[in-house]
Ligand binder design. Sequence first.
Ligand code: PRP
Ligand code: URA
Length: 210
Amino acid sequence: MKNVTVIDHPLVQHHLTRLRDRQTKPADFRANIRRLATLTAYEATRDLGTRQCTVETPLETARGLRIFQRIAVLTILRAGLGMVDPILDLIPEAEVWHLGIYRDEATLQPVEYYQKLPDTHAADVALVLDPMLATGGSLVAALDAVRRWGVPRTKVLAIIAAPEGIRYLTARHPDASIYVCAVDRELNEHAYIIPGLGDAGDRAFNTTGV
Ligand code: PRP
Ligand code: URA
């Protein structure tokens, strides 16, 4: 799959297995989302632009590199929220934009309820966060907004994807790079990822069955 990187690192697979486990409680679920977001970001940010610089150590001048690109983190509410802090720990200068999108469970279409991206001054790189790429409708809506903003380079950081969602997203946004921890078998009749992990937002925020 062109533009899709599946991160099969042992640590990723270890924490992903705990994330999938139905016995994993919300606090541990959130902790595993954070770990997986960090590991996914490590892979997804490999090609960020750097410039040479110097830095004074206590002993002498050393050569170094600094990231010079303007990086925007866009998170899809709700489940993407849990991926923001670990990425800000890695890139404290990043700007964070929130996109309110949920999937209408009857029509399976994305519903946008919050979006305040400006019309001008697009970032150089957008990191778009959502743990679940199911039909792809929510991420396509998010990347449509990123495209309208004018960002030249977009990277999607997800945790579990379905093949159907990857096909839809890559067809609509062939230039986006997609980083995932696993590509699962399929969607079920309710468009849930199988085997998946269930409803990511509900599991993270302890709203299952409410
Ligand atoms: C989940 C998930 C994605 C979306 C994926 O959010 O976090 O945003 O579903 O499905 P799709 O690829 O078929 O669009 P959900 O709609 O449950 O919203 P919520 O987290 O606010 O409950
Ligand atoms: N949203 C989720 O949270 N999980 C799925 O499997 C599909 C959509």
